[in-house]
Design a protein around this ligand. Structure first.
Ligand code: FES
Length: 282
């Protein structure tokens, strides 16, 4: 039997703001009935402030409590403040949730994020472009049993510091049925922490260490890759984040090689050394 806080029990027994708003300014959804939990949230927004919020949910007591407290948390806040709310904030406001029920707080966060995305789509053209790019990533489904996307898993790791597949299952449900996606989930965890490690290392590199590292990556990673196709690359100079390179061999004769090379070298150096690196072909 799971241990629930008094607040979870209170919000489950007396849920606040249940229902729908007929002329809502934003509506967001998360989960699906096929997966056992679903949530729809309605927002009324006036002059950038959430003046009303209601929800309809199908799910367990924790899903009801998470949705209920979420509506209380957002009413009266500005859209910018609401955008900063994470699933951890929802769980904290409830006095915590059992690990196996953390996915209910994630569902609240996802529905809220979906509602805000829909709201932004009508208010800012740049946001639409950014959201389209984000949506493409979101659409990549990792766990087909529960329809959980890479983006949801990535956000759950980022917001809650998750480190194991089991934790991901508790927070998102991904991996909780047939288990076929567990390898992919582990890959996402590994990629996330590798990226974090690289970012930490990059922020502490001295200029001399950075030059050494760029040299090393070109010699040991990039050059061998290009040599496989009969080409090569020579490092000419490094000036801050500008890396000057020269093509050799077949690469220099390839049509569009400078574009391909620039993209390949730049991506590799940005991923491994510094995300601000700019590669220039000389
Ligand atoms: S594909 Fe994720 S549990 Fe089945």
């Amino acid at each position: 039997m799971w241990d629930y806080s008094d607040k979870v029990i209170d919000h489950y027994r007396n849920p606040r703001n249940v229902g729908k708003i007929d002329n809502a300014d934003a509506i967001g959804e998360a989960g699906s009935l096929a997966c056992g939990d679903s949530l729809k949230i309605y927002l009324k927004i006036n002059n950038g402030i959430v003046t009303d919020a209601k929800f309809q949910t199908f799910g367990c007591g924790s899903a009801v409590a998470s949705s209920s407290i979420l509506t209380e948390m957002i009413i009266g806040k500005t859209v910018d403040e609401v955008k900063k709310i994470t699933n951890k904030d929802i769980a904290d406001q409830l006095g915590g949730l059992p690990p196996e029920k953390m996915h209910c707080s994630v569902m609240g966060y996802e529905a809220l994020e979906d509602a805000l995305k829909n709201y932004d789509d009508f208010t800012d053209l740049d946001d639409i472009r950014n959201e389209e790019a984000a949506a493409q990533k979101r659409e990549k489904i990792v766990c087909t049993c529960f329809g959980i996307t890479e983006n949801v898993i990535w956000d759950a790791i980022k917001m809650n510091g998750l480190k194991t597949v089991e934790e991901i299952t508790n927070y998102t449900k991904a991996g909780g049925a047939c288990g076929k996606c567990k390898g992919l989930i582990q890959d996402i965890i590994d990629t996330y922490y590798k990226k974090e490690e690289n970012e930490k290392a990059e922020s502490t590199l001295s200029p001399a260490q950075k030059i050494l590292k760029i040299n090393n990556i070109i010699e040991n990673q990039i050059s061998p890759e290009l040599r496989k196709d009969g080409g090569d690359i020579t490092l000419v100079d490094i000036d801050g984040n500008k890396v000057m390179v020269k093509l050799r061999g077949k690469c220099s004769g390839c049509k569009n090689s400078h574009l391909t090379l620039k993209a390949f070298v730049e991506t590799t150096l940005r991923d491994t050394v510094d995300k601000n690196i700019e590669v220039i072909e000389v």
